[in-house]
Design a protein around this ligand. Structure first.
Ligand code: PGA
Length: 257
């Protein structure tokens, strides 16, 4: 049975305040849950991915809480003349265990390609991080019936071939559902997640594929989390907007069965 993962993607949001208070509030809830069972600890792993500037203070705020820290991007190289970039090794050094890669906003805003995402994912694994590789179709691709083939191409192109289901996480984020309030139906999500797992099974075998966590992302909120988290092959959520509110993020985590 795969433990679910609820990851908060803060995107380009958060100065010291309210970022620090948000991390502290979640850490306190985890402490109370684990020590006093009040409320019950969520049945999932929790991860926060703040902007780079908040990694250090959020890491301190989360100390001992069991909530992990992740970055939102990394470079393909370990170090060097790349002004403005951050390497996977730097994220690891800052306390990260995970890094989001190939988010559709980076693919759109920075022209990131599948091959570039793959190189970043390889660098992340080599640095000891778990890459959360994002894939997802546009509204036009869904309407024209090509969603599954687009996603298959992204998975094949973005996930290094040697990476197994234990070393990486995949996130299915239909672009039309991100930040729009529209969510894919549980049936559509189950179809895509099942197809992704089948693809990984082809390259890694059933056993490796059965370890792969596949997150859903795109307007996940407390109102739809229960149905999504109960959907076949959904192993958690990548949460944007709702991860900026402690109550909402906690409620999504608490919805994991
Ligand atoms: P959203 O973002 O939850 O605000 O739709 C999800 C994401 O982009 O990771």
């Amino acid at each position: 049975m795969r433990q679910k993962l609820i990851a908060g993607n803060w995107k380009m949001n958060g100065l010291t305040e309210p970022g620090l208070s948000l991390a502290e509030e979640l850490a306190q809830r985890m402490h109370r849950a684990v020590e006093l069972n009040d409320p019950e600890p969520p049945n999932c792993d929790l991860l926060l991915c703040p902007p780079f500037t908040l990694l250090a203070p959020v890491w301190s705020a989360l100390a001992g809480s069991g909530i992990s820290l992740g970055g939102q991007d990394c470079h393909t190289e370990i170090s060097g003349a790349h002004t403005g970039d951050i390497s996977a090794m730097m994220l690891k050094d800052a306390g990260c265990t995970h890094v989001i890669l190939g988010h559709s906003e980076r693919r759109q805003d920075h022209g990131e390609t599948d091959a570039g995402v793959k190189a970043k994912a390889q660098a992340a694994v080599e640095a000891g991080l778990v890459p959360i590789v994002c894939v997802g179709e546009s509204e036009g691709e869904r309407d024209s019936g090509s969603a599954l083939s687009v996603i298959a191409g992204q998975v094949a192109g973005s996930l290094p071939s040697l990476v197994t289901g234990e070393e990486a996480v995949l996130a299915y984020e239909p672009i039309w559902a991100i930040g729009t309030g529209k969510t894919a139906t549980p049936e559509d999500v189950a179809e895509v997640h099942g197809a992704i797992r089948a693809l990984i099974a082809e390259r890694d075998g059933e056993a490796a594929a059965s370890n792969l966590r596949i997150l859903y992302g795109g307007s996940v909120k407390p109102e739809n989390a229960e149905a999504l988290m109960a959907t076949a092959d959904v192993d958690g959520a990548l949460v944007g907007g709702a991860s900026l509110k402690a109550d909402d993020f906690w409620a999504i985590a608490a919805s994991c069965p």
